[in-house]
Design a protein around this ligand. Structure first.
Ligand code: MLT
Ligand code: ZN
Length: 476
């Protein structure tokens, strides 16, 4: 892979303008952009670690155009980077070395819907919210949800196997993909799994492309499964005196009902939200941490059970105060306390960790991690939040105003060693849902063995022998 990359045209200065002219003949007029504003916009995602520097942006409208672009890239050894909604948090969609960005904005249609199979055929540029709304209009539900649903695209979600806030009940994006059409790194079109619920015919290549971050090929069509709509979703926010009390609260509720979400955030994270002034506090008492849980209040009895469980948690000393939503508006406002965090802290240039362990290991893992973080980040503001019901913690370190971005990220990288060693010790993952991209690739060995990585490289070579598909992502 490294050797192949050396030979690639991944420096803007190396791309012959004649090649860009040839690229223009493969798509509709005006669908190749090289102006600096477009290069800047389409060359990056939500990470701020790398400066975007693509050579051109190409917007295919058909599968055949995608195939033509990939064949052109193979012929001329040009590196390609896929671009969806650019909401990624691992720099997997960043073009920092003169690559050509393939943006799927014009392949954004829902092509088919089958009410019997409860399936929807999407082009890769369909926005997550567009699919959620389409499902709702048809009396169904697309359950993968996260704060960036208004701009993230299905192709990108598949590329990172996006998770989000409902994983505890519905799982990750992978669970909802029943069929995929992909263009491999050689330009071949593959139709994977043919939307079947049952298919026992050997390797399921569909799953290799999910979470591959565009390193094997491009998703050009995806059939997504839908679910029945949930009934009367109801949220509770519960304040806890310490970290240790959160997991007993989870277990208390889970022993009584199926939860559709179990999130947490620290008090300083809540403080950032309240400073905005547009979202009401859940209640007056300030607590060290807050759990946000959600369930379907199918009957009045279910809501009563939730209240009784809340009271039990108070008696046990795990919960200090709490609130339960009584309307759609209250439900939305409680969710905003958690969902708006990422956007609210973005101006502080956070260093984001996205780590996970199995749920049973969370208490010991957290205790160890908290010790490392408080000893090693004494001057930095540290914000905890995440999907603790899935064992997924987001550890955000905020950049002090007096440090440059490079200095700050450098210091965080030093502490990473301790954080990731702890992740490894607990058999966890260095990236639960944001992906590896470029920001985590140097740490992959903390989660994957050398033998596993060698097999992953072999898979990459099988689908992308010339190493043109999103080089430098996942592996160095
Ligand atoms: C979230 O859980 O809010 C998202 O993964 C984004 C983030 O971690 O900031
Ligand atoms: Zn998250």
């Amino acid at each position: 892979m490294n050797d192949t990359r050396v030979a690639l045209m991944t420096d803007a200065a190396l791309i012959d303008p004649a090649l860009i002219e040839a690229l223009k003949t493969l798509v509709e007029p005006g669908k190749v952009l090289t102006d600096s504003a477009s290069l800047d916009t389409y060359g990056k995602d939500w990470t701020k670690h790398y400066a975007p520097a693509p050579s051109a942006i190409v917007f295919p409208k058909t599968v055949e155009e995608v195939q033509a672009i990939v064949r052109w890239a193979n012929q001329h050894r040009v590196a390609l980077v896929p671009s969806g909604g650019r909401t990624g948090l691992s720099a997997a969609a960043v073009a920092a070395h003169g690559e050509v960005v393939v943006a799927f904005d014009y392949m954004n249609r829902i092509l088919d819907f089958n009410a019997t199979d409860r399936s929807v055929v999407c082009q890769p540029g369909v926005i997550t919210e567009q699919l959620q709304n389409f499902a709702e209009e048809n009396g169904l539900y697309y359950p993968v949800d996260f704060a960036s649903a208004g701009s993230s695209q299905i192709g990108g979600n598949i590329g990172t196997n996006a998770g989000g806030i409902k994983v505890i009940r519905y799982g990750m994006t992978r669970n909802w993909v029943v069929g995929l059409k992909v263009v491999t790194g050689e330009g071949e079109l593959l139709e994977l799994n043919k939307d079947l619920a049952k298919n026992a015919t050997g390797y399921d290549l569909r799953h290799l492309f999910i979470g591959a971050e565009g390193t094997l090929g491009f998703v050009v069509e995806a059939t997504m499964r839908l679910e029945r709509q949930p009934t009367n979703l109801t949220a509770m926010v519960l304040g806890t005196p310490d970290f240790e009390s959160i997991m007993p609260v989870l277990h208390a509720f889970q022993s009584k009902m199926d939860l559709t979400a179990f999130e947490f955030f620290a008090d300083n994270a809540l403080g950032k939200i309240l400073e905005r002034g547009d979202i009401p506090a859940p209640f007056e008492t300030r607590c060290a941490f807050y759990a946000l849980l959600e369930f379907e209040a199918i009957t009045e009895q279910r809501a009563d059970e939730a209240l009784a469980t809340f009271e039990h948690c108070v008696e046990q000393g795990w919960v200090i105060d709490g609130v339960m939503s009584q309307s759609e508006t209250q439900l939305r406002n409680l969710w905003r306390l958690r969902e708006d965090l990422s956007e609210t802290i973005a101006p502080f240039t956070p260093y984001k960790n996205d780590i996970s362990v199995t749920v049973s290991k969370v208490p010991a893992f957290l205790a160890e991690l908290e010790g490392i973080v408080s000893a090693n980040y004494p001057d930095f503001e540290v914000l905890w939040y995440g999907h603790i019901g899935d064992g997924n913690l987001h550890l955000n370190i905020l950049k002090p105003a007096n440090l440059s971005k490079d200095e700050f990220f450098g210091k965080c990288a030093t502490v990473n060693k301790w954080v990731f060693e702890t992740v490894q010790k607990y058999n966890g993952s260095i990236s639960a849902e944001h992906g590896v991209g470029m920001t985590k690739r140097d740490y992959l060995t903390y989660s994957r063995s050398p033998a596993e990585i060698a097999y992953m490289r072999a898979i990459k070579a099988a689908f992308d022998p010339n190493g043109i598909m999103n080089p430098g992502k996942i592996f160095a």
